[in-house]
Design a protein around this ligand. Structure first.
Ligand code: NAD
Ligand code: UFG
Length: 339
């Protein structure tokens, strides 16, 4: 089976490709490098010990995508290409709506043209409304997104659902990721933010190597055991095995299926910082600041449906993720000082 991975040079895409190749799938990937580097493709090939065709291409290019789908006889697409910075989406909403929605419509157009009928989509826990009880199940209420990025995921889910209703032989799995963290255990691939990171784990890692002066903890007065925000941090390699499970699942299912990819357990900001300090053997400079607008106190997944229907569950711990992130961050640091 041959799988086309869009956004294949990105953080999650590179780990998904490693897992698919390890499981014996053929992979073809594309990315426009708007938030990644050519080097990530080279590193993914190194880690896998295998080659795969890669195209520098914008997924909004319907003809370009259709050419790939036909030339490689693609069976299934994993669509990870997209812009993902929540704050940036607030200041550049049109860029986010345009890129994330047009790329999804273009991909579906090309798939329809080439009769490719299986799709897995990178959605997010951000599609759930903020007023749900925890844990969030796939049945929890969606909508009331707090930023344009979240709305693009919500709208793409709707577009794919409508497309599937109109094409009975089309199957889609919507994967709602919780908080992906960590890096490949080789330390060869990981998250490589182009600007100052928005997310907690890359911020901790860059503070640990002195690239950033200090971590700001956004609030310690939440109704949580230590007062800091609680999230469901999932190791990116577990997330990758979740995609492989979804590929298997599509062999026997049709229509739209939705799965949370999380661990089912929450960890606080302070717990993650402490785990990282232990993994790295150093102290992270940190200060408590005001809450970040729009943040929830607690967010974690129900993982029952994924366990039951995909036969998948996360295996790695936040300690594993911290050790792997630290290895990756140190390697990056070494490379940047020696090039
Ligand atoms: P990433 O930015 O590392 O990877 C996305 C890749 O898509 C980048 O390499 C970028 O260059 C590429 N891209 C963007 N627009 C493109 C286009 N029009 N054509 C071709 N390539 C394009 O981000 P990631 O963390 O790997 O996320 C992958 C997907 O998962 C995204 O859709 C993201 O919204 C979603 N997601 C991520 C998280 C997270 O916390 N990392 C959480 C939930 C969902
Ligand atoms: N935090 C800090 N300091 C920082 C960054 C984050 O204290 O510098 C805290 C936040 O307040 C929150 C926790 O760390 O309590 C996690 O924050 P992240 O920004 O890492 O993650 P979010 O849960 O806010 O959101 C992320 C992605 C969204 C995605 C969501 C669910 O950014 O795109 O996970 O998958 F939708």
């Amino acid at each position: 089976m041959t799988i086309f991975v869009t956004g294949g040079a990105g953080y999650i895409g590179s780990h998904v490709i490693v897992e698919l190749l390890a499981q014996g799938y053929d992979v073809v990937a594309a990315d426009n490098f708007s938030n990644s580097k050519q080097e990530a493709v080279w590193r993914t090939r190194q880690v896998s010990g295998a080659d795969f065709p890669f195209y520098e291409m914008d997924i909004c290019d319907v003809d370009g995508v259709a050419t790939i789908l036909t030339a490689h006889e693609i069976d299934c697409v994993i669509h990870l290409a997209g812009l993902k910075a929540v704050g940036e989406s607030v200041s550049k909403p049109l860029e986010y709506y345009s890129n994330n929605i047009v790329s999804t419509i273009s991909l579906l157009t090309a798939m329809e043209e080439c009769a490719v009928r299986k799709l897995i989509f990178s959605s997010s826990a951000t599609v759930y409304s903020g007023d749900n009880e925890m844990p969030l199940s796939e049945e929890s209420r969606t909508g009331n997104c707090t930023n344009p990025y979240g709305w693009t995921k919500f709208m793409c889910e709707q577009i794919m659902t409508d497309f599937s209703k109109a094409h009975k032989d089309f199957s889609v799995v919507l994967l709602r990721y919780f908080n992906p963290i960590g890096a490949h255990s080789s330390g060869m691939i990981g998250e490589d933010p182009q600007d100052i990171p928005n997310n907690l784990m890359p911020y901790i890692a860059q503070t640990a190597v002195g690239q950033l002066p200090s971590l700001s903890i956004f609030g310690d007065d939440y109704d949580t055991p230590d007062g800091t925000g609680v999230r469901d941090y999932i190791h990116v390699s577990d997330l990758a095995t979740g995609h492989a499970a979804a590929v298997d699942y599509l062999d026997t299912q049709s229509g739209v299926s939705i799965f949370n990819l999380g661990t089912g357990k929450g960890a606080s900001v302070l717990e993650l910082v402490t785990a990282f300090e232990k993994a790295a053997g150093l102290k992270i400079p940190k200060k408590i600041v005001a809450r970040r607008p729009g943040d929830l106190a607690v967010c974690y997944a129900s993982t029952e449906k994924a366990k039951r229907e995909l036969g998948w569950e996360a295996k790695k711990t936040i300690e594993d993720a911290c050790a792997d992130t630290w290895r990756w961050q140190q390697n990056k640091q070494r490379d940047s000082t020696h090039v």
